[in-house]
Design a protein around this ligand. Structure first.
Ligand code: AMP
Length: 219
């Protein structure tokens, strides 16, 4: 199964994509996560992209296309994947279709998680991430047992540079600008699956699974 998950920053795409990945045994590919670890490790990809995401700007499309093309060619993507954070605009969506044509597959569906702006600001400013294993916490809804320490591995928690209020506003305004054409693009192809994202993670997941089944897009 080949899926894309869309939604504003803080919609819970990462959590829901992780659940889909487990349910269907397909890799969860988060371009934001790939970029963050590339920067942390100081890899060549990190050096090429750091300056963009630190400011909350999108990384240039040609760099992202190269990164995604390479990732989707890896062995674990043979049986499908769930893409989170890509595509972000029409150029990337068309690019993804052309990667599919090159590799002889088409997407099965595009899930769109809708969340109110108020909920997004609340969620993002309280998000903390483990610097060692990448686990995600929310200081209000899913806090760690000890302050600033990861429950899973004992790593130190940090606030993402791009989760600070000024950067959040910038990311949301970029998102709103880009998303409309992306919605239109996938809706016109009958691919868009709308899911309400204001509820808890479990409710969102159940709605997602139900709609995927209903549309007989997967087994
Ligand atoms: P995310 O974790 O998906 O919110 O991504 C964090 C940051 O990584 C974004 O603000 C962008 O700077 C960059 N990024 C991730 N995915 C993409 C993409 N598809 N196109 C351009 N930039 C991206």
């Amino acid at each position: 199964m080949r899926l894309v998950i869309l939604g504003p920053p803080g919609a819970g795409k990462g959590v829901e994509a992780g659940r889909l990945s487990q349910r269907y045994g397909i890799p969860h590919i988060s371009t934001g996560k790939i970029l963050r670890s590339a920067v942390r490790e100081g890899s060549p990809w990190g050096k090429r992209t750091k300056s963009f995401w630190e400011k909350g700007e999108l990384v240039p499309d040609e760099i992202m296309m190269e990164l995604v093309r390479l990732r989707l060619r890896e062995q674990d993507c043979k049986g499908g994947f769930i893409l989170d954070g890509f595509p972000r605009n029409l150029i990337q969506a068309e690019g993804l279709d052309s990667i599919g044509r090159e590799m002889n597959w088409a997407l099965n569906g595009v899930i769109d998680i809708g969340v109110s702006q108020e909920a997004i600001l609340r969620r993002l400013s309280n998000r903390r991430v483990c610097s060692a294993c990448g686990a995600v916490y929310n200081l209000i809804t899913a806090p760690p047992k000890s302050d600033g320490i990861c429950d899973r591995c004992g790593g130190k928690l940090y606030q993402r540079e791009d989760d600070r209020p000024q950067t959040i506003r910038r990311r949301l305004s970029i998102y709103r600008k880009e998303i409309k054409e992306l919605h239109d693009y996938y809706r016109n192809q009958g691919m868009l699956i709308d899911v309400k994202g204001n509820g808890d993670a479990e409710a969102v997941f159940e709605e997602m699974i139900g709609k995927l089944r209903l549309e007989a897009r997967c087994g």
